[in-house]
Design a protein around this ligand. Structure first.
Ligand SMILES: NC(=O)C1=CN([C@@H]2O[C@H](COP(=O)(O)OP(=O)(O)OC[C@H]3O[C@@H](n4cnc5c(N)ncnc54)[C@H](OP(=O)(O)O)[C@@H]3O)[C@@H](O)[C@H]2O)C=CC1
Ligand SMILES: Cc1cn([C@H]2C[C@H](O)[C@@H](COP(=O)(O)OP(=O)(O)O[C@H]3O[C@@H](C)C(=O)[C@@H](O)[C@H]3O)O2)c(=O)[nH]c1=O
Length: 285
């Protein structure tokens, strides 16, 4: 039996892992710890959990994910996303655990116009992205056995996300404005969860950084348009530039991820984002 700790156990991605992991219960035991049960910023608590749990893997989904909130709460974002990741890296080394850590497309500045590979230079624009980047750096410096999976624009039937916000606003309002000058790839967190479980196979895949998102490319406007079409919601949708929708945090204008490495390593085909959006919309109904 492989023993797996999942941090951030009440979050969107952890809840998707819980759904997917039901297929693996003959061979894997998953322990989900919410922020109240295991605060990853508390090093002593992390060490105690690793010692008592005798885990083989830790999937770290815990993070400070409020992109605009991170501009105001820089210290807290840093504490969770950098120090928390560092604590897990140190505990993983001591207790011989493989750390599977989730990171973000927001480690890039968006200056590129071709999809980002794992080797491309990082340069985060805001506090969320830079705290996540520092978390990655701490792990790659300290940890002997780790996978860092960068992903983008997660949504699902769980937690709060862009899909659920659009469905809510689309039903409440006649008109909506959404930015069309930020390009990336929406990713169904359930698809990512399926892929994360594939990393839980001893000595099958090389340690390091991997990019995973759904296939294809969209702006947030395209994503919103597809949400309304697929869900039969009639709303007047206006494409706008980011400067017409001012927010505390600057986002990358282009953060499409190149997924060649993960496709080769895991021998997977990745669903197109619109097909996955149809699946998620059905799951929500
Ligand atoms: N959402 C997205 O669009 C994207 C997310 N990612 C990354 O994917 C991962 C999962 O994101 P997602 O599930 O969407 O995020 P959520 O915000 O839904 O979940 C994160 C969870 O982390 C928990 N958490 C916060 N602080 C701590 C702490 N100190 N100790 C333990 N747990 C804590 C939160 O608990 P509580 O609610 O109690 O604070 C929450 O349940 C994160 O690493 C994120 O950076 C990457 C790209 C896109
Ligand atoms: C709700 C809304 C947002 N927007 C814009 C704001 C922003 O530029 C863009 C995305 O909106 P959000 O703020 O919901 O998403 P945001 O928090 O920027 O999403 C990011 O979250 C973190 C955690 C990640 O790691 C990233 O991959 C990415 O998913 O859409 C509109 O233009 N109109 C709207 O009505």
């Amino acid at each position: 039996m492989l023993k797996i700790l999942v941090t951030g156990g009440n979050g969107q991605l952890a809840r998707c892992i819980k759904v997917i992991s039901s297929k693996y219960l003959d061979t894997h035991t998953f322990s989900y710890k919410s922020s109240a049960e295991l605060n990853i910023t508390n090093k002593a608590a992390v060490l105690r959990e690793f010692e008592s749990g005798a885990y083989d893997y830790c999937i770290n989904t815990a993070a400070f994910t409020n992109v605009d909130g991170a501009e105001k709460d820089k210290d807290l974002a840093d504490l969770v996303n950098r120090q928390g990741a560092k604590n897990l890296a140190e505990a993983s080394n001591i207790y011989n655990v493989v750390l599977v850590h989730i990171s973000t497309d927001f480690v890039f500045d968006g200056a590129q116009s071709v999809p980002y590979t794992e080797k491309d230079p990082t340069n985060a624009l805001g506090s969320y992205g830079s705290s996540k980047l520092k978390g990655e750096q701490a792990i790659s410096l300290i940890c002997q056995k780790y996978f860092i999976i960068r992903t983008s624009w997660l949504y699902s039937e769980f937690g709060s996300n862009f899909l659920k916000s659009m469905l809510k606003y689309g039903r409440e309002r006649n008109e909506l404005s959404v930015v069309f000058d930020q390009i990336g790839t929406p990713t169904y967190a359930m698809d990512l969860a399926e892929v994360l479980v594939l990393f839980l196979k001893p000595n099958k895949v090389d340690y390091g950084i991997y990019h995973y998102s759904n296939e294809g490319v969209a702006s947030w406007y395209d994503f919103a348009k597809a949400i309304f079409e697929i869900n039969g919601i009639s709303v007047h949708l206006q494409p706008i530039r980011s400067d017409a929708y001012p927010l505390p945090a600057k986002r990358p204008s282009f953060s499409v991820l190149d997924k060649s490495k993960i496709k080769k390593a895991l021998q997977i085909e990745i669903p197109y984002w619109r097909d996955s959006l149809i699946k998620a919309s059905k799951a929500l109904k």
